[in-house]
Write a protein that binds this ligand. Structure first.
Ligand code: BTN
Length: 245
């Protein structure tokens, strides 16, 4: 039986719901009515979980973690997208602490051995941000249509994990990483670069609606993707400008 409780020393507070539409929406409603920074809304089941670009996000009850963190950053608003990098690093570090080799596919998919194990969806309001995180923890197998591109911690390790412990590990790291989106961004960036698995790789991307193939040469000082096309053009790409082909 899993116990969902954070330690007294945690800077986060946990609200567990059996079933919601999307934890990001529940978090947004609470933030809009004044809920303070640090509340984490975790749902055992999401009936309308969503991923980036409006894609559905399925989190099988009992197997996965689906939660959203209310953040009220003190950093200027143009730095808030960096929360996605902070969350990616936090999830990767947490997964690694359980002995699995996690990497980040820019901007914020977390991979194990080239397959996606976690996704992150950051949404903002006027004076708050919602950091939504979904992790495939104890799925023994995934549907055939995604098995080639997605995985779970259990599939990779051939054992199950305590979901409350995985949650606590992510939150421990996020507490530290989220403080680095402003003045200390160079520290977060350095960590992000260590985990980023597409630097030096050839990729095909849809850049502003146009298909391009080339080399990812790195992550810029602002956390953007630096992409050199085969025709020799360099693009500095923001997270929402591209689609993988
Ligand atoms: C992605 O990879 O496209 C992002 C997936 C984000 C899923 C999480 S699960 C908790 C939170 N609630 C949602 O509806 N989405 C995020």
């Amino acid at each position: 039986m899993e116990t969902w409780q954070l330690t007294d020393s945690s800077r986060f507070r946990l609200l567990v719901r059996d079933r919601v539409g999307s934890t990001n929406d529940t978090a947004r409603q609470l933030a809009e009515t004044g809920e303070a920074e640090g509340l984490v809304i975790l749902a055992h089941q999401q009936t309308a979980g969503r991923g980036r670009r409006g894609a559905p996000w399925f989190s099988p009850p009992g197997e996965s973690l689906a939660f959203s963190i209310i953040v009220r950053p003190t950093a200027p608003k143009h730095h808030w997208p960096r929360l996605a990098l902070a969350a990616g690093v936090s999830v990767a570090k947490a997964i690694e602490s359980f002995g699995l080799p996690a990497q980040i596919k820019w901007p914020n998919d977390v991979w194990i051995q080239g397959r996606k194990v976690a996704g992150i969806l950051v949404e903002t309001g006027p004076d708050f941000a919602i950091v939504g995180i979904g992790i495939n923890v104890n799925s023994p197998a995934l549907p055939a249509e995604v098995a080639a591109i997605a995985t779970s911690m259990q599939i990779e390790a051939a054992r199950s994990f305590s979901r409350p412990q995985v949650l606590a590990a992510v939150l421990d790291h996020f507490g530290e990483q989220q403080s680095q989106i402003g003045e200390n961004f160079s520290a977060l960036l350095a960590t992000f670069r260590e985990y980023c698995c597409i630097t030096g790789k050839r990729v095909s991307l849809l850049v502003s609606g146009e298909a391009k193939t080339g080399l990812v040469t790195g992550i810029s000082e602002n956390g953007e993707l630096v992409f050199l096309t085969d025709s020799g053009l360099e693009y500095i790409i923001q997270a929402d400008e591209i689609r993988p082909l």
